[in-house]
Write a protein of this length. Sequence first.
Length: 448
Amino acid sequence: MIPTLAELRAALDEGRATSLKLTDAALAHIADPDGEGVRVFTKVYSGQARAAAQASDLLRSAGLARSAIDGLPISIKDLFDVAGDTTMAGSVVLADAPPATETAVIVRRLLAAGAIIVGRTNMTEFAYSGIGMNPHYGTPRNPWGRETGRIPGGSSSGAAVSVSDNMAVAAIGTDTGGSVRIPAALCGLTGFKPTARRVPLKGALPLATRLDSIGPIAASVRCCAQLDAILAGDDAPLPAPARLRGIRLALPTTIVRDDMDSQVARSFEAALSRLSAAGALIEEIVVPEFAELAAINATGGLSGAEAWTWHRALIERAGDAYDPRVISRIRRGQAMSAADLLELLQARVRWVGSVEQRIAGHDAMIMPTVPIVAPTLAELADDDAYYRNNALILRNPTFINFLDGCALSLPCHAPGTAPVGLMLAGAGGHDRDLLALGMAVEACLRQA
């Protein structure tokens, strides 16, 4: 079991661990030649991390702990600016770009809270895929069935594996169409996508600013809540676990359970049964808007439009250096007209209003995060298989990004079986309520 932030903080407070020992252990896992560190991290801050850990230990010895994460090793995705570094975003085409002059807001908040930033994690190039493959830096292998070489999920691929492999106690990623929840689900971890406006994007290299959100991957829902509060600058006490009995969960019958493989189906149905037995009211609802989203995005979607706008000059200069599977998706935005974009934005407003009205009266939606378990890298060698699986993996999480909602993915598989994520999702602005519900659902699913 991966230790929680609370367990590690208790070990620090009681003198059973020190920040320096935890940091050295994380750095040793990163440097292990038989491990995934070389594929998980694009840059490691060994010296800075050890110095920060020593400072944390000194403060703690004086009775000063800055937050729940003070002294704990945290990784950050390779698209957050750190002053003095060039933000590469999992690519090579920015190698000659000037270094950042300012550190991203969320990184500054982590540092102020005493986090020990151990390094920058690998990702799908420019965050544009749910698979997690990277031809430039290698692809971190999923901890499940590692010998078979399964994908970690993306785009925050290195983020998830840094946690699963004890290279960090938690990781910060981004989620534009599922890029926190997907790797969390496929690697057996917990991931939280907040309402986009909750966490400042300043200093994060964008994919689609209208969809981008920043969230944690960690061992538990409470861990995610603690990290989210720091990222959001939310000083309110953490939400307490909700009471599960009488909670109303909407289970969409439209699309979200299509094409489930047998392992996901078994794990998800078992989770539903357990929640029902605990008193949760699970009600199937039709959400026809989910079936309409593909047509709404047919001209390229918000990601295509915004990605093309940001990348077009770079592609003209260095297009040959891009991952072909990434640049092909970015180029979809090239054909979008201003009228296409305006119609898309108007359609989104109508779509969001309709979905919010449909789920009103329910405490959250519930669905599989991803309908399949992690495929192998070999299975995705063919472009057709890659794009087909990418669309399937992104499908359910994308609904919530377009909704401008908040969502959790938490493990629901039996020990020793392939990781499966259960997603709880709500309308925008209901983050704390969702985290409270997630704690209750997690406790129920973890009962023996």
